[in-house]
Design a protein around this ligand. Sequence first.
Ligand code: KG4
Ligand code: ZN
Length: 344
Amino acid sequence: MQNVNILAIESSCDDTSAAVLQNNKVLANIIANQQVHESFGGVVPELASRAHQQNIIPVVDQALRKANINKNELHAIAYTGGPGLLGSLLVGSSFAKAFAMSLNIPLILVDHMHAHIMATMIDDPAQKTPPFPFLCLTVSGGHTQISIVRDHFTTEVIGHTLDDAAGEAFDKAAKVMSLPYPGGPVIDKLSQQGNKHAFTFSIPRISGLNFSFSGLKTSFLYFLRDSLKTSPEFIEHNKADLCASYSHAIVNALLEKILAASVQTGIDAIAVAGGVSANSMLRSRLLELEQTHNKQVFIPKFEFCTDNAAMVGIVGYYGYMHKHFSTSKSVPYTRQNSSIFKTL
Ligand code: KG4
Ligand code: ZN
């Protein structure tokens, strides 16, 4: 069978990324991070759109060069249609539409959350591919959910956060400690030198498979406020222990629910997806489940966890094989797409 070459574009938030896949393998995955947001402590949508506009052509050019694929050898262009920041999505989608039209090849609209979930389906020596059906714990800056993934296109959400996402909980705690944005990777690094039992931060118990993280952030804030009253250097002196204890609370909540989902559904294959799946404590605790609970755990390679176009490309590849093409009239969307994610 002839090889299929897919160009994939991701521009939903603050990373401009382009990937080239040949079938289900990644030939190139280029990611341009936007430094412009750092001093604001969060993503500034207007600045993100402008940075995408600057980055998109050089990033695509670099991906094609690295893959050693000529644009005329491409079979389709996959791009993130949402959810995300509208101005950012418009840059990627407009570029994808124009490029596909000029090459006279099909266009494939990919959902960003679906792409995170499918990241483990990429054929790569650094990761294993789960069998269907599998459970996926998707933990990113905007989403925290548990889904049953039945096939390449069918995903049912069985649990989700009622307020903040896990990534948001990391980012907000980092902000309170005056750590740079995004806080998740910084907290992760500091945690590795800290004692996770030094402090106890409790997470409100929510029935069923849903999550709630806003109470944790508030209890962390109040704890720091009280501690700083008696010891102004409290954060400075306890940074690593604070990060480790806070991460421990988040990871415990995530593990408790994914294990409950496994018991409820009888599905033992568990994958993780989204930016927070880069977290070292979460990765090692998930892997322990293979021994302690007899689960099969599937963790994406580090570069496929945070926002990247390779994950868009793998959905694009399966979309191409099943002729799931979109038209040039498709419009980006900012909220989760209910036609892809059925909530049970
Ligand atoms: O999936 P992602 O790259 O973008 C969204 O679609 O939201 O996720 C970004 C989130 C941010 O909240 C970031 O702080 C978090 O993932 N994150 C981490 C780590 N790396 C990224 N959180 C904890 N530990 C990490 N190592
Ligand atoms: Zn994401």
